[in-house]
Ligand binder design. Structure first.
Ligand code: BJ8
Length: 426
């Protein structure tokens, strides 16, 4: 694809040589990880195409939208309400990154013991390799964990369009009021950016569009309750990742199409792994593109991943926004209600998350949970200890892992995962 898009990437200010290296690595990893899988649903060819064009056609579409007067908003967190962005005639894209890049430069700005997700986001900026970041008219940072909160102070010196959203840390009346106040402030900032006032009609339509996208992905996730699993954890994670980049309506249609195929597979008892394959729920930090390390390890070790309790997964998509509001004010209340349920580990206390993990174990008939913690991510790693204890009290095996985006520990992780799978089988 690259020849057709080089002038577009140059206009965006990308470093073409570095970008070629990134695309080369990404293409190889995709080939080895995804295209080598057996018995994949045919509908995955859509996602293969999206990934092959993730820095090409999709960016071209965004550039065409910009040329037609639409704005692009980039975000690092599922707390940024896509409903408001769409209603203001803008497009939301995810900016979290799942690969190490320009690490030497990154470590001049951030302490070494910063989580890989934050470092990666800086690396993509410093290395000039992310066309999403460079095409964004507004970049939204949110005050969630301490790492992100402080990193945005430094990111603000690298970009001139950073908007920082404050978020509550406690779910209380005051916390909800803070979230609502921040969403109102964000609405005003979007309207100023686009020059388009949000109306009851535009907001109603946007809520409907985002709900349809969430309902489709949730339909796909629910089909993984079947044994044999009709889709691999790798492919399901990929769909969850593409959720953050794709055109919403096209994504909804494509996911629904693949769901029709999976329903047929379930009827015909066709799976990607044999019936009775040990079933794993992954819980913890988000896995952004192209972070496919854990599912690749698990699914080449004799188990299948049947769910992700994660922001790139069910934590990010599970609740819909009520569609009954008639005024902008009422719809914003519904949006606040919806996002307020996201049980990120930045909240204290955060008992809803444990309840959700247990609910998912039962719904997806998981035999065990792997808690996925990114090294130096205090919120999730701290929570992993009580989560493990609570699960083990209920006789649900749990393996806590801490890792980063490097490949050095793959062998060691594989040994631990294989031992865990043996324990589950036992
Ligand atoms: S709502 S999970 S997307 S903040 S891994 S940067 S927490 S040190 S990503 Fe997240 Fe929003 Fe929460 Fe979801 Fe910090 Fe941990 Fe790094 Fe993390």
């Amino acid at each position: 694809m690259s020849e057709n898009y080089r002038s577009m990437w140059t206009d965006l200010g990308l470093d073409l040589d570095a970008h070629d290296v990134l695309l080369g690595v990404l293409g190889n990893a995709y080939q080895e990880t995804f295209l080598s899988q057996k018995a994949r649903p045919e509908g995955m060819s859509y996602f293969d195409f999206v990934m092959s064009e993730v820095h090409g056609l999709r960016i071209k579409e965004l550039m065409d939208e910009k040329a037609a007067g639409r704005k692009i908003v980039g975000s690092y967190c599922v707390f940024v309400p896509e409903e408001l962005v769409l209603a203001a005639n803008a497009t939301l894209v995810g900016l979290c990154s799942g690969a190490d890049f320009a690490m030497e430069e990154v470590e001049r700005l951030l302490p070494r013991n910063t989580c890989a997700l934050i470092k990666s986001s800086f690396g993509f900026k410093l290395g000039k390799v992310c066309p999403y970041l460079e095409s964004a008219d507004m970049i939204v940072g949110e005050n969630t964990c301490d790492g992100k909160k402080k990193a945005y102070e430094s990111l603000g010196l690298l970009v001139d369009n950073l908007y920082v959203m404050d978020l509550p840390q406690v779910k209380s009346e005051t916390g909800r009021a803070l979230l609502k106040g921040e969403y109102l402030r964000f609405k005003a900032a979007l309207e100023e950016l686009t020059g388009v006032p949000i109306t009851p009609e535009s907001l109603r339509k946007a809520i409907h569009t985002v709900n349809a996208k969430r309902a489709a992905i949730h339909r796909l996730l629910s089909l993984r309750q079947a044994d044999p699993a009709p889709i691999s954890g790798l492919d399901a994670l990929l769909a969850n990742q593409v959720f953050f980049y794709d055109n919403p309506e096209r994504f909804t249609d494509s996911v629904n199409k693949i769901c029709d195929e999976l329903e047929k597979r379930i009827q015909d008892n066709i799976g990607v792994f044999p019936t009775g394959t040990p079933r794993i729920l992954v819980s913890g930090c988000p896995q952004a593109v192209p972070n496919w390390k854990l599912p690749m390890i698990v699914e080449t070790s004799g188990a299948v991943i049947v769910g992700e309790e994660s922001c790139v997964g069910e934590r990010g998509t599970r609740n819909l926004t009520a569609e009954s509001g008639q005024t902008v004010e009422a719809m914003i209340e519904a949006i606040v209600d919806r996002y307020y349920q996201v049980d990120c580990a930045i909240f204290t206390p955060n008992s809803d998350r444990l309840a959700h993990i247990e609910e998912m174990v039962a719904a997806y008939k998981a035999d065990g949970v792997i808690h996925y913690g990114l090294q130096f991510c205090q919120p999730y790693i701290m929570e992993s200890i009580p989560v493990e204890k609570a699960l083990e009290e209920k006789n649900i095996p749990c393996l806590r892992i801490e890792t980063d985006y490097g490949m050095e520990d793959v062998g060691q992780l594989k040994t631990r995962v294989e031992a865990f799978i043996e324990q589950i089988k036992g």
